[in-house]
Design a protein around this ligand. Structure first.
Ligand code: IPD
Ligand code: CA
Ligand code: CA
Length: 271
């Protein structure tokens, strides 16, 4: 493990432990963002504050982009421009309802490229970790590290596909229409509630593929590296970068098939 990955993993574990210890029986939303369904709890903020404090203490010159606090700091050093990409809780709605699919997601970028990423799926005691060029692993207390590989050669008709929905009602209406064309031709659909966990599930072969319109950089920066280091391809439609609209992730063959299914459905339309 490089220093970046080790530090990211230590911080993600500490934030996860704090969240588990402090999570009330029913966390409440303290603020809404893009819509009434897009909520923030006090612990989203506390988690991000903890992560920022630990990164700053260890690496005072690095920039930090966090979902709740935006972008701060950052200076050129001999190592290049280092930026930490943080989603303090990915899957906040699950966190509020006591469902086990939420995670602390931390990625480290050097000069614009993600070089390390960790996704701590706290309630399940699973930490997914990846380094650029070094593969992806699942770490669990008391068990040997497990090397991750996505599924391969799965035809669309037998593919289990994860997806997610945005927070805006008009966007959800389009997403629901798109699904009416996808659901009949795949094995089934899963809506887990955390983009970061969905991407790790692709890496672990727990689903075969994932697509979603509009996830943000902090949702997929770490999970995207875990998935690609496990052999998956991540990208947007028609060769566009995956942060522009629709994000697709699957083994290369299934990626093509899913892409071919989705393009004519125009999933990036407004209404
Ligand atoms: C959300 C989750 C969800 C995805 C949304 C994200 P949040 O993140 O990743 O699965 O469908 O697009 O915004 O709000 O829980 O951090
Ligand atoms: Ca998120
Ligand atoms: Ca979040």
């Amino acid at each position: 493990m490089t220093d970046f990955l080790r530090l990211a993993a230590d911080i993600a574990r500490e934030a996860g432990d704090m969240l588990l210890a402090k999570r009330p029986a029913r966390p409440e939303a303290v603020h809404t963002k893009s819509s009434l369904t897009d909520v923030v709890t006090a612990l989203d903020r506390a988690s991000e504050e903890l992560i920022r404090a630990r990164v700053k203490a260890a690496r005072p010159h690095d920039a930090i982009l966090g979902e709740e606090g935006g972008e701060t700091g950052g200076a050129e050093t001999g190592e290049g421009r280092v930026r930490w990409i943080v989603d303090p809780i990915d899957g906040t709605v699950n966190f509020m309802y006591g469902l086990p699919e939420w995670a602390v997601s931390i990625a480290v970028e050097v000069d614009g490229e993600v070089v390390a990423g960790v996704v701590n799926v706290v309630p399940r005691g699973e930490l997914f970790a990846a380094e650029k060029g070094g593969g992806a692993e699942l770490l669990r207390d008391g068990l040997p590290a497990e090397r991750l590989r996505c599924t391969e050669d799965v035809p669309l008709s037998q593919a289990l596909i994860a997806t997610g929905f945005g927070y805006l009602s008009e966007r959800r209406a389009v997403q629901a229409q798109v699904l009416t064309h996808v659901l009949p031709v795949v094995r089934d659909i899963r809506r887990g509630g955390s983009c970061a966990v969905d991407l790790c599930s692709v890496a672990a072969g727990r689903v075969d593929g994932y697509f979603e319109r509009g996830p943000k950089y902090w949702d997929f920066a770490a999970g995207g590296l875990v998935a690609t280091e496990a052999g998956a391809r991540i990208g947007g439609l028609r060769g566009r970068p995956y942060n522009s609209g629709l994000t697709l992730c699957a083994s290369p063959g299934l990626f093509e098939a899913l892409h071919g299914l989705l393009v004519p459905l125009d999933p990036e339309r407004d209404a």
